[in-house]
Design a protein around this ligand. Structure first.
Ligand SMILES: O=P(O)(O)OC[C@@H](O)[C@@H](O)c1c[nH]c2ccccc12
Length: 268
C-alpha cells in the first residue's frame, strides 16, 4: 500500500474521484515546473503524472509534443524528473507522483539504476505506454520489488485482452477513452462508458480514464463512473499559453494563478 493507494482509499471513503493532471517536467523550465506542481495541488489535484519528455512521443498529440520539445531544450531526463519530484516535496507538495515515461529512456538509464531511483524518490506509480508485453513481466517484477505500481493502459479495442492486462494490475487501471493520440476531444470512442464498466468487472483496483478530457463537464461526466480522471493536454496547453507571463517577473504570479484557476474549474 503506497501513497497513491492510500489516496484512492481516502477519496473513495469521501465518495470523490481523483483528479490526475499530467504535465511535462521542464516545460517551460524545471524551476517553473516545481511552482506549477504546487499550484496544481492547491487547485485540487489528487495525484500527478510527471511526464518525462521524449524525442519521439508516438502516442502524443501536438500539444504534448511541443511541451516535450521545450523541455528537451533544457536537457530534462528521467533523473531531472525525479529531482523535480524531490523539489516539489520540499515545497510542501503531499500528493503522490506517477512517473510517465516512454520505454527507451528507461532502457538508456538501465533497469537497475532506474528502479533504484524510483524507490529512493518515493514514486508511487509508473506509466510506460510503449512497454512491450514481452518485457512487461520483468518490469512488473522490478516495480513490485520497488514498491511502485506499474499502471496498465487498456484501450476500447483491448476486448478479450482486457482480462489479461488488468488481472494482476496494481495502482489503478488506466482506461484510454479514445483511439489515437493524446489531445483534447469533444467526443470519445463510441461506447466508452460500456468499455469502462467492462474493465471494472475484471478488477477490484481503482479505474481511471484519460485521453481527450479537457472540460469541467467531461470531468464531471467521467467522475460518475471512474475512480480517477486524467487531464493532460488541456493543462499543458494552459501552461503553454501563459509562458510569456511566467517568463516575466512582473507577471509570473499571474501566470501561475491562471494555471491554478484553470485546473480548479475542472474539478469545481
Ligand atoms: O493529453 P490528454 O488527451 O488529456 O490525455 C492524458 C495524457 O496526457 C497522459 O495521460 C499521457 C501523456 N502522454 C501519454 C501517452 C500515452 C498515454 C497517456 C499519456
Amino acid at each position: 500500500m503506497n501513497l497513491m493507494d492510500q489516496t484512492f482509499e481516502v477519496l473513495k471513503s469521501q465518495n470523490r474521484t481523483a483528479l490526475i493532471p499530467f504535465l511535462t517536467v521542464g516545460d517551460p523550465d524545471i524551476e517553473t515546473t516545481v511552482e506549477i506542481i504546487v499550484q496544481l495541488e492547491a487547485a485540487g489535484a489528487d495525484i500527478l503524472e510527471l511526464g518525462v519528455p521524449y524525442s519521439d512521443p508516438l502516442a502524443d498529440g501536438p500539444v504534448i509534443q511541443r511541451a516535450s520539445q521545450r523541455a528537451l531544450k533544457h536537457g530534462v531526463n528521467i533523473r531531472t524528473c525525479m529531482e523535480t519530484a524531490v523539489k516539489a516535496r520540499e515545497s510542501g507538495v503531499q500528493m503522490p507522483f506517477i512517473l510517465f515515461t516512454y520505454f527507451n529512456p528507461v532502457l538508456q538509464m538501465g533497469l537497475d539504476l532506474f528502479f533504484k531511483e524510483v524507490q529512493t524518490h518515493e514514486i508511487s506509480g509508473l506509466i510506460i505506454p510503449d512497454l512491450p508485453v514481452e518485457e512487461s513481466g520483468e518490469i512488473r517484477r522490478r516495480a513490485d520489488e520497488a514498491g511502485v505500481s506499474l499502471i496498465p493502459l487498456v484501450a476500447p479495442t483491448s476486448n478479450e485482452r482486457i482480462e489479461k492486462i488488468v488481472s494482476n494490475a496494481s495502482g489503478f487501471v488506466y482506461c484510454v477513452s479514445s483511439l489515437g493520440v493524446t489531445g483534447e476531444r469533444s467526443t470519445f470512442h463510441q461506447g466508452v462508458e460500456e468499455f469502462i464498466q467492462t474493465v471494472k468487472k475484471y478488477t477490484n483496483i481503482p479505474v481511471a480514464v484519460g485521453f481527450g478530457i479537457s472540460t469541467h463537464e467531461q470531468v464531471a461526466h467521467f467522475s460518475q463512473i471512474c475512480d480517477g480522471v486524467v487531464v493532460g493536454s488541456a493543462i499543458v496547453r494552459e501552461i503553454e499559453s501563459v509562458i510569456p507571463l511566467l517568463n516575466d517577473a512582473n507577471t509570473r504570479q499571474e501566470g501561475l494563478l491562471q494555471i491554478r484557476k484553470f485546473v480548479a474549474q475542472l474539478k469545481a
